[in-house]
Design a protein around this ligand. Structure first.
Ligand code: ADP
Ligand code: MG
Length: 417
């Protein structure tokens, strides 16, 4: 019997919570059987940043990256190990070019999705570059901001083309607010986007072939933005939300991403779906945290054991062919996109793999989350995130939500209570 060892690298910023959970679960999982009696074992390391030769062989077989979107050195290392060594990456930096949300808007509009009307306006203040100053003085057209806003219609949103974490986002009701927001935008490049008056906000987190759709309450403080609600969408809307998340990921080759959609009646409007480092913090995901860690473990193990190959070519024509088929209705197109996305993520094979090779993972995670080890992680996380006078409150808050998960999961696995 052969034993193959794979090394998983974590490229991290400031987070401690999910990496610790990931390490513990993978450790408890132990070796995973291959197809032919062989066995696969996994080691994990947190990657350090150091000089590297471009011909050096990396030790890692798969890397989960949370850092390279912001820093060039790890980004260039990831590009090297992707191109030269075929290391499997969640996510590949070659997909960062479209991580500014503008490209994702364009792609999803091209595929016929209900992206609200959006216009990109030039910088309010010229960027600090002598050549740009010359170019803009000579070639930038003056334009009528009010006319653009009138055409879109109030209320509207002004927000950076490459936004994140609500930086620079404002809701605009009239020309006065429009000019104030544009004047304040400075060197940020801004979209104007029609505001959607929505009934409900769904945020979906996708990891490989799995998607969790969560009811999101953007006006709440961080710890209560995700509501625990299992039936807030009709089955058809829920299906569309999952399809949109998987579609955008399959289109851009993202493996680990979140997608925000606004829902009014039966209409789904995607507004934000390019997040290189989606939120997986214990303090915000709470009830959904065990799902996220389990999905990360399963997808990493699946990719390594089955030898899944990373793909950099986007093959956009396959998606555009569906979009351009005049004889197909929109629901049929959505179904066709879903088939393409599911094929890209090998959904069927993945679920079969999880059922046959990882049959005890659910129990392992349940046991861990219900035990003292996880409780310690919860306490440590709260201590590192909140000021001292709020520790007791947030420890109790998170314990309550996680014990609800333990109860629901116990019932789901047939342990009843
Ligand atoms: N077109 C829109 N209609 C209604 N609300 C919007 C719209 N665009 C943005 N918002 C609100 O503003 C928030 C931030 O905008 P978003 O595009 O998600 O930027 P960021 O990348 O900073 O998260 C959203 O979560 C939503 O509450
Ligand atoms: Mg957002």
């Amino acid at each position: 019997m052969t034993d193959t060892r794979h090394l998983i690298g974590l490229l991290l910023g400031t987070e401690e919570d999910w990496p610790t959970a990931f390490e513990k679960i993978l450790h408890r999982l132990g070796p995973v059987p291959g197809a032919d009696g062989s066995s696969y074992s996994f080691d994990i390391e947190r990657i350090t940043i150091e000089p590297f030769g471009l011909r050096d062989r990396p030790r890692y077989h798969l890397v989960i990256d949370r850092l390279a979107y912001w820093y060039y050195h790890p980004r260039e290392w990831l590009k090297k190990i992707a191109l030269m060594d075929g290391v499997y990456l969640l996510n590949s930096p070659f997909t960062f070019q479209s991580m500014e949300k503008h490209a994702a808007y364009c792609a999803m509009m091209r595929l016929g999705l209900n992206v609200p009307d959006t216009v990109l306006v030039p910088y309010k203040n010229p960027i600090d570059n002598a050549r740009y100053a010359y170019t803009s003085a000579r070639y930038n057209q003056s334009f009528d901001l009010d006319a653009i806003a009138e055409r879109i219609g109030y209320p509207l949103f002004m927000k950076p083309y490459d936004g994140g974490a609500w930086r620079g986002v404002s809701r605009i009701r009239d020309p006065e607010e429009l000019h104030a927001a544009y004047d304040a935008s400075g060197e940020m490049l801004m979209h104007l986007q029609k505001a959607i008056d929505y009934d409900v906000f769904a945020r979906s987190l996708s990891i490989g072939a799995e998607t969790m759709v969560m009811r999101f309450q953007p006006d709440q403080p961080m710890h209560s933005r995700y509501a625990v609600d299992h039936s807030f969408l009709s089955p058809s809307v829920g299906n569309d939300v999952v399809t949109i998340g998987r579609l955008v990921n399959a289109f851009f080759r993202w493996e680990f991403n979140s997608c925000e959609t606004l829902i009014r009646g039966e209409e789904v409007y995607p507004i934000d779906y390019a997040n290189a480092c989606p939120d997986v913090a214990l303090t915000s995901l709470h009830y959904y945290f065990p799902w996220a860690i389990k999905a990360l473990v399963k997808w990493s193990v699946f990719a390594l054991v089955t030898g899944r190959q990373p793909k950099l070519d986007l093959e956009t024509d396959r998606f555009f062919a569906i979009a351009d088929d005049a004889g197909t209705s929109f629901p049929e197109k959505m179904a066709a996109y879903r088939r393409l996305a599911d094929a890209y993520f090998e959904s069927e094979r993945y679920h079969d793999f999880c059922a046959t090779r990882l049959p005890h993972l659910d129990e392992i995670v349940l046991d861990w989350v219900a035990g003292p080890d996880f409780d310690q992680l919860l306490i440590d996380t709260v201590r590192s995130v909140y000021p001292a006078h709020e520790h007791d409150q947030f420890i109790a808050h998170l314990r309550g939500l996680l014990s609800l998960w333990v109860k629901d999961e116990t019932a789901r696995l047939g342990g009843g209570s």
